[in-house]
Design a protein around this ligand. Structure first.
Ligand code: FES
Ligand code: FE2
Length: 388
Protein backbone atom coordinates (compact mmCIF):
# COMPACT_ATOMS: atom_id res chain seq x y z
CA UNK A 1 0.00 0.00 0.00
CA UNK A 2 1.45 3.39 -0.91
CA UNK A 3 1.93 6.18 1.61
CA UNK A 4 -0.89 8.34 0.27
CA UNK A 5 -3.46 5.64 0.70
CA UNK A 6 -2.16 4.92 4.18
CA UNK A 7 -2.22 8.65 5.04
CA UNK A 8 -5.80 8.96 3.89
CA UNK A 9 -6.94 5.98 5.84
CA UNK A 10 -4.92 6.63 9.00
CA UNK A 11 -7.36 9.01 10.64
CA UNK A 12 -10.30 6.74 10.06
CA UNK A 13 -8.64 3.47 11.00
CA UNK A 14 -10.25 1.75 13.95
CA UNK A 15 -7.21 0.96 16.09
CA UNK A 16 -9.32 0.51 19.20
CA UNK A 17 -11.69 -2.38 18.53
CA UNK A 18 -10.49 -5.78 19.65
CA UNK A 19 -13.76 -7.70 19.89
CA UNK A 20 -14.43 -10.87 17.89
CA UNK A 21 -14.69 -10.25 14.15
CA UNK A 22 -13.18 -6.75 14.20
CA UNK A 23 -9.95 -6.26 12.23
CA UNK A 24 -8.07 -5.45 15.45
CA UNK A 25 -9.60 -8.45 17.19
CA UNK A 26 -8.69 -10.77 14.32
CA UNK A 27 -5.13 -9.41 14.30
CA UNK A 28 -4.60 -9.84 18.06
CA UNK A 29 -6.16 -13.31 18.00
CA UNK A 30 -3.51 -14.54 15.57
CA UNK A 31 -1.03 -14.56 18.45
CA UNK A 32 -0.68 -16.18 21.87
CA UNK A 33 -1.83 -13.69 24.49
CA UNK A 34 -1.03 -13.63 28.21
CA UNK A 35 -4.15 -13.66 30.36
CA UNK A 36 -2.92 -13.99 33.97
CA UNK A 37 0.15 -14.00 36.18
CA UNK A 38 1.03 -17.66 36.84
CA UNK A 39 1.86 -17.18 40.52
CA UNK A 40 -1.54 -15.61 41.16
CA UNK A 41 -3.48 -18.73 40.15
CA UNK A 42 -3.18 -21.45 42.77
CA UNK A 43 -3.77 -25.13 42.06
CA UNK A 44 -7.48 -25.93 42.30
CA UNK A 45 -8.62 -22.30 41.87
CA UNK A 46 -10.75 -20.74 39.13
CA UNK A 47 -11.00 -17.10 38.04
CA UNK A 48 -13.26 -15.21 35.65
CA UNK A 49 -11.20 -13.44 32.99
CA UNK A 50 -12.18 -10.78 30.46
CA UNK A 51 -10.06 -10.79 27.32
CA UNK A 52 -10.61 -8.89 24.06
CA UNK A 53 -14.28 -8.26 24.80
CA UNK A 54 -15.11 -11.82 25.80
CA UNK A 55 -15.50 -13.53 29.16
CA UNK A 56 -13.86 -16.86 29.96
CA UNK A 57 -13.11 -19.16 32.87
CA UNK A 58 -9.49 -19.72 33.83
CA UNK A 59 -8.63 -22.47 36.28
CA UNK A 60 -5.63 -24.47 37.39
CA UNK A 61 -6.29 -28.19 37.60
CA UNK A 62 -4.93 -30.37 40.35
CA UNK A 63 -2.22 -31.50 37.92
CA UNK A 64 -0.99 -27.91 37.92
CA UNK A 65 -2.04 -27.31 34.32
CA UNK A 66 -3.93 -24.09 33.60
CA UNK A 67 -7.04 -24.29 31.42
CA UNK A 68 -9.19 -21.67 29.71
CA UNK A 69 -12.79 -22.63 28.93
CA UNK A 70 -16.05 -20.80 28.28
CA UNK A 71 -17.47 -18.42 30.84
CA UNK A 72 -20.83 -20.08 31.34
CA UNK A 73 -22.10 -23.56 32.03
CA UNK A 74 -23.92 -25.15 29.10
CA UNK A 75 -26.83 -26.18 31.35
CA UNK A 76 -28.47 -22.98 32.54
CA UNK A 77 -25.60 -20.65 32.12
CA UNK A 78 -24.22 -19.81 35.50
CA UNK A 79 -20.68 -18.52 35.80
CA UNK A 80 -18.30 -21.47 35.90
CA UNK A 81 -15.55 -19.74 37.87
CA UNK A 82 -17.78 -19.95 40.95
CA UNK A 83 -17.67 -23.75 40.83
CA UNK A 84 -15.09 -26.31 41.97
CA UNK A 85 -11.96 -27.64 40.34
CA UNK A 86 -12.05 -31.40 40.42
CA UNK A 87 -8.95 -33.12 39.09
CA UNK A 88 -8.35 -31.28 35.83
CA UNK A 89 -12.03 -30.58 35.30
CA UNK A 90 -14.30 -27.80 36.52
CA UNK A 91 -17.63 -28.53 38.14
CA UNK A 92 -20.47 -26.06 37.99
CA UNK A 93 -21.72 -24.58 41.25
CA UNK A 94 -25.36 -24.74 40.23
CA UNK A 95 -26.12 -28.40 39.47
CA UNK A 96 -22.71 -30.00 39.23
CA UNK A 97 -22.27 -30.39 35.51
CA UNK A 98 -18.57 -30.98 34.94
CA UNK A 99 -16.26 -30.11 32.02
CA UNK A 100 -12.75 -31.25 31.27
CA UNK A 101 -9.98 -28.91 30.11
CA UNK A 102 -11.04 -29.52 26.51
CA UNK A 103 -14.57 -28.28 27.30
CA UNK A 104 -16.25 -31.72 27.05
CA UNK A 105 -19.07 -32.36 29.49
CA UNK A 106 -18.03 -35.36 31.58
CA UNK A 107 -20.76 -35.47 34.21
CA UNK A 108 -24.37 -34.37 34.79
CA UNK A 109 -25.17 -35.67 38.26
CA UNK A 110 -28.97 -35.22 38.16
CA UNK A 111 -29.46 -36.68 34.66
CA UNK A 112 -29.83 -40.29 33.59
CA UNK A 113 -27.32 -41.37 32.54
CA UNK A 114 -25.23 -39.02 34.65
CA UNK A 115 -21.92 -39.61 32.93
CA UNK A 116 -20.22 -38.08 29.90
CA UNK A 117 -22.53 -36.32 27.45
CA UNK A 118 -20.63 -36.28 24.17
CA UNK A 119 -23.12 -33.91 22.54
CA UNK A 120 -22.54 -31.19 25.17
CA UNK A 121 -19.47 -29.00 25.41
CA UNK A 122 -18.30 -25.49 26.14
CA UNK A 123 -15.54 -23.62 24.30
CA UNK A 124 -11.95 -24.41 25.28
CA UNK A 125 -8.70 -22.73 24.30
CA UNK A 126 -5.06 -23.87 24.20
CA UNK A 127 -2.98 -22.64 27.14
CA UNK A 128 0.74 -22.59 27.99
CA UNK A 129 2.93 -20.90 30.59
CA UNK A 130 6.07 -18.89 29.99
CA UNK A 131 7.86 -15.99 31.68
CA UNK A 132 5.64 -16.37 34.73
CA UNK A 133 2.49 -15.77 32.68
CA UNK A 134 -0.39 -17.95 31.54
CA UNK A 135 -0.92 -17.61 27.80
CA UNK A 136 -3.96 -18.65 25.78
CA UNK A 137 -4.71 -18.79 22.09
CA UNK A 138 -8.11 -17.50 20.95
CA UNK A 139 -7.59 -17.51 17.19
CA UNK A 140 -8.69 -19.81 14.45
CA UNK A 141 -6.92 -23.04 13.57
CA UNK A 142 -3.70 -24.26 15.08
CA UNK A 143 -1.90 -21.82 17.37
CA UNK A 144 1.43 -20.38 16.23
CA UNK A 145 4.74 -21.58 17.65
CA UNK A 146 5.25 -21.29 21.39
CA UNK A 147 6.78 -19.43 23.08
CA UNK A 148 5.93 -16.33 21.08
CA UNK A 149 9.04 -14.58 22.38
CA UNK A 150 12.06 -16.16 24.05
CA UNK A 151 12.92 -16.27 27.73
CA UNK A 152 15.68 -13.98 28.94
CA UNK A 153 19.12 -15.55 28.62
CA UNK A 154 20.96 -13.43 31.20
CA UNK A 155 20.37 -15.83 34.09
CA UNK A 156 18.33 -13.22 35.96
CA UNK A 157 15.38 -13.63 38.27
CA UNK A 158 12.18 -13.39 36.27
CA UNK A 159 9.54 -11.17 37.87
CA UNK A 160 6.05 -10.84 36.40
CA UNK A 161 3.20 -8.47 37.20
CA UNK A 162 -0.02 -7.19 35.74
CA UNK A 163 -1.85 -3.86 36.06
CA UNK A 164 -5.15 -2.76 34.55
CA UNK A 165 -5.15 0.46 32.57
CA UNK A 166 -8.25 2.68 32.19
CA UNK A 167 -7.99 3.11 28.43
CA UNK A 168 -7.77 1.36 25.11
CA UNK A 169 -4.69 -0.83 24.70
CA UNK A 170 -3.44 0.92 21.58
CA UNK A 171 -3.02 4.22 23.44
CA UNK A 172 -0.52 2.50 25.68
CA UNK A 173 1.26 0.89 22.72
CA UNK A 174 1.54 4.31 21.10
CA UNK A 175 2.86 5.67 24.39
CA UNK A 176 5.56 3.02 24.37
CA UNK A 177 6.95 4.46 21.15
CA UNK A 178 6.83 7.97 22.61
CA UNK A 179 9.93 8.40 24.74
CA UNK A 180 9.33 12.14 25.09
CA UNK A 181 6.64 11.39 27.64
CA UNK A 182 9.19 10.01 30.10
CA UNK A 183 10.68 13.43 30.87
CA UNK A 184 7.23 14.76 31.77
CA UNK A 185 4.97 11.94 32.92
CA UNK A 186 7.73 10.27 34.98
CA UNK A 187 9.49 13.53 35.76
CA UNK A 188 12.20 13.80 38.42
CA UNK A 189 9.45 14.85 40.82
CA UNK A 190 7.69 11.55 40.24
CA UNK A 191 8.64 7.92 39.74
CA UNK A 192 12.05 8.74 38.30
CA UNK A 193 13.13 10.90 41.23
CA UNK A 194 15.72 8.30 42.25
CA UNK A 195 17.63 9.19 39.07
CA UNK A 196 18.26 12.56 40.67
CA UNK A 197 18.58 14.48 37.44
CA UNK A 198 16.52 16.16 34.77
CA UNK A 199 15.73 13.92 31.84
CA UNK A 200 16.85 15.22 28.48
CA UNK A 201 14.50 15.09 25.54
CA UNK A 202 15.53 12.44 23.06
CA UNK A 203 15.83 12.59 19.32
CA UNK A 204 13.69 9.72 17.99
CA UNK A 205 13.39 7.77 14.80
CA UNK A 206 11.68 4.51 13.83
CA UNK A 207 12.95 1.56 11.84
CA UNK A 208 10.76 -1.11 10.24
CA UNK A 209 11.81 -4.67 11.06
CA UNK A 210 10.57 -8.21 10.33
CA UNK A 211 9.02 -8.36 13.82
CA UNK A 212 7.48 -4.91 13.79
CA UNK A 213 9.39 -1.77 14.63
CA UNK A 214 12.40 -0.46 16.50
CA UNK A 215 12.44 2.92 18.13
CA UNK A 216 15.85 4.55 18.15
CA UNK A 217 16.50 7.34 20.59
CA UNK A 218 19.50 9.50 21.19
CA UNK A 219 19.89 11.87 24.10
CA UNK A 220 22.35 14.70 24.64
CA UNK A 221 25.36 12.52 25.37
CA UNK A 222 25.03 10.93 21.94
CA UNK A 223 24.36 7.42 23.25
CA UNK A 224 21.78 5.51 21.30
CA UNK A 225 19.05 3.43 22.81
CA UNK A 226 16.81 0.96 20.99
CA UNK A 227 13.43 -0.35 22.02
CA UNK A 228 11.64 -3.16 20.20
CA UNK A 229 7.98 -3.37 19.22
CA UNK A 230 7.21 -7.01 18.59
CA UNK A 231 3.87 -6.89 16.85
CA UNK A 232 1.10 -6.81 17.54
CA UNK A 233 1.24 -5.76 21.23
CA UNK A 234 4.63 -6.42 22.81
CA UNK A 235 7.44 -4.05 23.73
CA UNK A 236 10.94 -5.18 24.70
CA UNK A 237 12.98 -2.56 26.49
CA UNK A 238 15.76 -2.16 29.03
CA UNK A 239 14.58 -0.07 31.96
CA UNK A 240 15.71 0.83 35.46
CA UNK A 241 14.04 -0.97 38.37
CA UNK A 242 10.90 0.68 39.59
CA UNK A 243 10.46 -1.46 42.67
CA UNK A 244 12.38 0.85 44.98
CA UNK A 245 15.35 -1.52 44.99
CA UNK A 246 17.66 0.97 43.35
CA UNK A 247 20.88 -0.63 42.23
CA UNK A 248 19.89 -4.21 43.02
CA UNK A 249 19.48 -6.23 39.90
CA UNK A 250 20.54 -3.31 37.71
CA UNK A 251 18.65 -2.26 34.63
CA UNK A 252 16.28 -4.92 33.43
CA UNK A 253 15.61 -6.58 30.12
CA UNK A 254 11.82 -6.26 30.04
CA UNK A 255 8.80 -7.36 28.06
CA UNK A 256 5.65 -5.27 28.33
CA UNK A 257 2.58 -6.93 26.81
CA UNK A 258 -0.78 -5.19 26.39
CA UNK A 259 -3.97 -7.24 26.24
CA UNK A 260 -7.40 -5.62 25.96
CA UNK A 261 -10.04 -6.68 28.43
CA UNK A 262 -12.59 -4.62 26.54
CA UNK A 263 -12.03 -1.66 24.25
CA UNK A 264 -11.86 0.82 27.14
CA UNK A 265 -9.50 -1.09 29.45
CA UNK A 266 -6.52 -3.35 29.12
CA UNK A 267 -4.08 -5.49 31.03
CA UNK A 268 -0.45 -4.44 31.06
CA UNK A 269 1.82 -7.40 31.80
CA UNK A 270 5.37 -6.49 32.74
CA UNK A 271 8.01 -9.23 32.86
CA UNK A 272 11.62 -8.49 33.53
CA UNK A 273 14.85 -10.17 34.41
CA UNK A 274 16.79 -8.92 37.42
CA UNK A 275 20.39 -10.06 37.32
CA UNK A 276 21.44 -10.38 40.94
CA UNK A 277 24.74 -12.01 41.97
CA UNK A 278 24.23 -15.25 43.90
CA UNK A 279 25.59 -13.85 47.15
CA UNK A 280 23.17 -10.93 47.05
CA UNK A 281 20.10 -12.97 46.18
CA UNK A 282 18.82 -13.71 49.71
CA UNK A 283 18.76 -9.99 50.57
CA UNK A 284 17.32 -9.11 47.17
CA UNK A 285 14.57 -11.72 47.41
CA UNK A 286 13.60 -10.53 50.89
CA UNK A 287 13.40 -6.94 49.66
CA UNK A 288 11.46 -8.01 46.58
CA UNK A 289 9.00 -9.97 48.74
CA UNK A 290 8.50 -6.88 50.91
CA UNK A 291 7.87 -4.84 47.76
CA UNK A 292 5.33 -7.39 46.54
CA UNK A 293 3.62 -7.17 49.91
CA UNK A 294 3.42 -3.39 49.59
CA UNK A 295 1.95 -3.77 46.09
CA UNK A 296 -0.63 -6.28 47.33
CA UNK A 297 -1.71 -3.91 50.10
CA UNK A 298 -1.76 -0.77 47.93
CA UNK A 299 -4.86 0.38 46.07
CA UNK A 300 -5.02 -0.96 42.51
CA UNK A 301 -3.29 1.45 40.15
CA UNK A 302 -6.39 1.73 37.94
CA UNK A 303 -8.50 2.94 40.90
CA UNK A 304 -5.91 5.55 41.86
CA UNK A 305 -5.62 6.71 38.24
CA UNK A 306 -9.40 7.03 37.96
CA UNK A 307 -9.51 9.13 41.15
CA UNK A 308 -6.80 11.41 39.77
CA UNK A 309 -8.64 11.80 36.47
CA UNK A 310 -11.83 12.59 38.43
CA UNK A 311 -9.99 15.31 40.38
CA UNK A 312 -10.32 13.49 43.72
CA UNK A 313 -6.57 12.99 44.04
CA UNK A 314 -3.44 14.50 42.63
CA UNK A 315 -0.32 12.65 41.48
CA UNK A 316 1.56 14.37 44.29
CA UNK A 317 -0.77 12.63 46.76
CA UNK A 318 0.43 9.19 45.72
CA UNK A 319 4.20 9.58 45.48
CA UNK A 320 4.60 6.72 47.95
CA UNK A 321 2.49 4.26 45.96
CA UNK A 322 4.76 1.30 45.08
CA UNK A 323 3.56 1.35 41.47
CA UNK A 324 3.69 5.11 40.95
CA UNK A 325 5.19 4.69 37.49
CA UNK A 326 2.19 2.69 36.33
CA UNK A 327 -0.19 5.25 37.83
CA UNK A 328 1.61 8.06 35.99
CA UNK A 329 1.23 6.25 32.66
CA UNK A 330 -2.39 5.33 33.41
CA UNK A 331 -3.21 8.97 34.11
CA UNK A 332 -1.55 10.27 30.94
CA UNK A 333 -3.06 7.63 28.68
CA UNK A 334 -6.42 7.43 30.43
CA UNK A 335 -6.44 11.22 30.22
CA UNK A 336 -6.74 10.89 26.42
CA UNK A 337 -10.17 9.38 27.05
CA UNK A 338 -11.04 5.71 27.35
CA UNK A 339 -10.81 5.59 23.54
CA UNK A 340 -8.69 8.44 22.20
CA UNK A 341 -10.19 10.56 19.41
CA UNK A 342 -7.32 10.70 16.93
CA UNK A 343 -9.24 12.89 14.49
CA UNK A 344 -8.65 15.95 16.70
CA UNK A 345 -4.92 15.61 17.28
CA UNK A 346 -2.18 18.02 16.26
CA UNK A 347 0.86 15.84 15.74
CA UNK A 348 4.44 17.09 15.72
CA UNK A 349 7.88 15.98 14.58
CA UNK A 350 8.45 14.22 17.91
CA UNK A 351 5.46 11.94 17.17
CA UNK A 352 7.36 10.30 14.32
CA UNK A 353 7.45 6.89 15.99
CA UNK A 354 3.76 7.06 16.94
CA UNK A 355 2.94 7.85 13.30
CA UNK A 356 5.11 5.01 11.99
CA UNK A 357 3.52 2.57 14.43
CA UNK A 358 0.08 3.65 13.28
CA UNK A 359 0.99 3.21 9.64
CA UNK A 360 2.35 -0.28 10.14
CA UNK A 361 -0.60 -1.42 12.24
CA UNK A 362 -3.05 0.34 9.91
CA UNK A 363 -1.69 -1.66 6.97
CA UNK A 364 -2.49 -4.84 8.86
CA UNK A 365 -5.97 -3.72 9.87
CA UNK A 366 -6.86 -2.53 6.37
CA UNK A 367 -5.60 -5.80 4.89
CA UNK A 368 -7.70 -7.81 7.34
CA UNK A 369 -10.77 -5.64 6.64
CA UNK A 370 -10.24 -6.22 2.90
CA UNK A 371 -9.94 -9.96 3.40
CA UNK A 372 -6.27 -10.00 2.42
CA UNK A 373 -3.66 -11.86 4.46
CA UNK A 374 -1.58 -9.54 6.59
CA UNK A 375 2.17 -9.71 6.85
CA UNK A 376 3.90 -12.51 8.71
CA UNK A 377 5.79 -10.99 11.62
CA UNK A 378 8.86 -12.91 12.68
CA UNK A 379 10.64 -12.28 15.96
CA UNK A 380 13.92 -14.11 16.52
CA UNK A 381 14.76 -12.76 19.94
CA UNK A 382 16.57 -9.58 18.90
CA UNK A 383 17.48 -7.53 21.96
CA UNK A 384 17.04 -3.90 22.85
CA UNK A 385 19.94 -1.67 23.70
CA UNK A 386 20.09 0.26 26.95
CA UNK A 387 22.10 3.14 25.56
CA UNK A 388 22.56 5.22 28.72
S1 FES B 1 -26.15 -24.17 35.40
FE1 FES B 1 -24.40 -25.37 35.57
S2 FES B 1 -25.07 -27.25 36.21
FE2 FES B 1 -26.88 -26.10 36.00
FE1 FE2 C 1 5.63 5.78 30.74
Amino acid sequence: MNDNVVNETLRSVDFASAGPGTPGGIFLRKFWQPVFVSAELAVGKAKPIHIMGEHFTLYRGESGIAHVVGFRCAHRGTQLSTGWVKGDAIRCLYHGWTYDGGGACTERPAEKPSGAAPHISIPAFPTREHLGLIFAYFGEGEPPAFPPYPAFDDGGLVESSCDRFPCNWFQTYENHTDEVHVAFVHSPGGSHRALGRELTLPELWPEDTPFGMVRHSRVADGMERTTLYVFPNVMRIIIPPFNGLAGAGGWRDTYVILVPTDDENHLCFIVHSAVVPQAEQPAYLAAQAAFQQRCAQARPTIDVARDILAGKLDLSDVLDHPRLLVIEDSVAQGGQGAIADRTQEVLGRSDICVIRLRRLIAEELVAIADGRPGRTWVYEGQKPQRGF
